[in-house]
Ligand binder design. Sequence first.
Ligand code: HQG
Length: 180
Amino acid sequence: MDEKKKKAIGKFISLILRHEPSQIGIVLDNEGWANVEELIAKSAMKGVCFSKEELDEIVSTNDKKRYTYNEDGLKIRANQGHSLNVDLGLVEKEPPMFLYHGTSERFVQSILNTGISKMQRQHVHLSKDKETAIQVGSRRGKAKVFTVLAGQMYQDGFKFYQSENGVWLTDIVDKKYLSK
Ligand code: HQG
């Protein structure tokens, strides 16, 4: 499968598995799983055609490991990024001292005023390295990276989780935990 097709299908699957399964008439269970056969069949009915082998390739080669099959391989879900309220079974974990949040320059003032919110998603997304944060921030124009005092937040009782694909997640970052 060429990269362009892979990217397009990946984007579509992210939309379905994180935000809008109803767009193809499927329902996720409360842990965010979709039936693989149904996903393939109903995507095809909407004109997005891919085989099980192509889906396997997308799952195994995805640059951010965005999707996971369950144990028997009959179900698939996104590892993070949901706006839908799904239970990913995330386990609390102590974060490193510093984590990074990449955003767009145009959101900087608002974040300085009110802190980082999860907006449409289930969590605020943070990364352990600046490079990843720059990539995340660049999605919407010129990037700005905030350093989050995650160790301090953790000491103050805020919970942190790490998704299957390594993204750090928390509920909210108060502006006082943004490094000056
Ligand atoms: C911003 C991608 C104004 C926030 C990425 C972000 C990530 C505020 C935007 C994952 C704000 C929300 C998530 C405030 C937050 N005022 N703007 N108080 N608080 N924001 O897409 O973190 O490639 O929901 O900075 O790699 O950009 O899809 O979150 O710019 O891991 O797998 O509001 O999505 O992953 O945008 O990205 P998003 P995000 P995938």
